[in-house]
Design a protein around this ligand. Structure first.
Ligand SMILES: [Mg+2]
Length: 293
C-alpha cells in the first residue's frame, strides 16, 4: 500500500512549547501509521495560512496549535478546491482549544497522533465573516478581542485566567455599540456590549454558552448581550459566563445560516482569537471542511 503524505505544521510558541519536546514521538506515530511525513515550522500566523493554501501535494495537513492556528490553516485550505484539498488534522497544543473539545480530540499528544494516524474524517461546518472564514467563534465587544491583546508568554503561564484579567482591564473604557439586523422577518436595533456568532460548541472553554450548538447543522448560534446600564450589564455577562442565564429574555439567542449586521460606527471583530474585519458584517455559514477526529 502506498504511504499517505502528511504535512505537520507547528507553531513553536503555542502552549508552552509542549510539542517541541515530543516532536520525535509525533513523527514516529505518524510514520508507524503509514504516513510519509514532512514538517513545516511556522514563523508567523500568516505563514500557517500560506503553507496551508499550498498544500495540494499532501493527503493530510496536521496543525499543531490552538484555535488561532486552525483558523489560519482553514483560511488557507479553503483556497484549494474541495477535490484537491487535504484533510485537516489537529494536534491541540494551544491555549484555546475549543474546536478540539468540540471534536472530542484527546488532550494527550501521542493519543491525538494515534487518532490522526487512523484518519477517520468528519465533515464540519465553517463560518464566513465578510471575506474570512472562522472555525469556532466570531465576536465583537466586551471580552472578545482579549486574546489578541494578551501577551503570548502571559497566556502560556496563566492560561484562561489571563483572558479574564485582561477582559476586566478593558471594562472602564468600553463603549456599547448600536447594531441593526433582520432575522426571521423581525427587525432588531439595539445598543449592545457583546455580539457572538458561534460555529463550535464552546467559547473560551465555556460549554454552557451554546448548549444546543451543532457542528453539522448548517447554522451559526448567535448570542447578543444588550447594554443595560453597568450593574445590569455585568449581571447579564456573569449569568452567561456561569450558564445561569438569570434573565434569559434579555439575552438575544437564535440560530441562523445568514445575517447582515450594521453598526453605528466601525467595530473591530475577533475571529477565533485573531483580528477580523471591521463592521458592516456579512455573516454566513461557510463550506464544510474535512477534519480528522
Ligand atoms: Mg452549528
Amino acid at each position: 500500500m502506498k504511504n499517505k503524505r502528511l504535512r505537520l505544521v507547528y507553531n513553536p510558541y503555542a502552549g508552552r512549547r509542549k510539542l517541541t519536546a515530543q516532536l520525535d514521538t509525533v513523527i514516529r506515530i505518524f510514520q508507524e501509521s503509514g504516513h510519509e511525513v514532512s514538517i513545516h515550522r511556522a514563523s508567523s500566523p500568516e505563514d500557517i495560512e500560506q503553507i496551508a493554501s499550498q498544500s495540494l501535494d499532501v493527503d493530510r495537513l496536521v496543525i499543531a496549535g490552538g484555535d488561532g492556528s486552525i483558523h489560519q490553516a482553514v483560511n488557507g485550505l479553503l483556497r484549494i478546491s474541495a477535490e484537491k484539498r487535504p484533510v485537516l488534522g489537529i494536534l491541540p497544543v494551544g491555549t484555546a482549544n475549543d474546536l478540539a473539545y468540540a471534536l472530542h480530540l484527546p488532550k494527550s499528544i501521542p493519543e491525538a497522533c494515534k487518532v490522526i494516524g487512523k484518519g477517520n474524517a468528519f465533515e464540519m461546518d465553517t463560518g464566513k465573516f465578510n471575506d474570512r472564514y472562522f472555525v469556532n467563534v466570531a465576536s465583537a465587544g466586551l471580552l472578545t478581542d482579549v486574546s489578541q491583546k494578551v501577551d503570548t508568554r502571559v497566556k502560556n503561564t496563566l492560561g484562561q485566567l489571563a483572558y479574564f484579567l485582561k477582559g476586566i482591564e478593558t471594562l472602564p473604557s468600553f463603549r456599547p455599540f448600536h447594531v441593526e439586523f433582520e432575522n426571521a422577518g423581525k427587525r432588531y436595533a439595539e445598543e449592545v456590549v457583546l455580539f457572538m456568532a458561534v460555529n463550535g460548541l464552546s467559547v473560551g472553554g465555556l460549554r454552557q454558552l451554546v448548549p444546543r450548538a451543532s457542528l453539522t447543522d448548517g447554522k451559526l448560534d448567535i448570542l447578543i448581550v444588550p447594554a443595560a446600564g453597568w450593574p445590569e450589564t455585568l449581571r447579564l455577562l456573569l449569568s452567561i459566563l456561569t450558564g445561569e442565564k438569570a434573565n434569559p429574555e434579555k439575552i438575544v439567542e437564535f440560530h441562523t445560516s445568514e445575517l447582515t449586521v450594521l453598526t453605528d460606527r466601525p467595530i473591530h471583530s475577533d475571529l477565533d482569537g485573531e483580528s477580523g474585519p471591521e463592521s458592516t458584517w456579512h455573516i454566513q455559514i461557510g463550506p464544510k471542511i474535512s477534519v480528522i477526529c
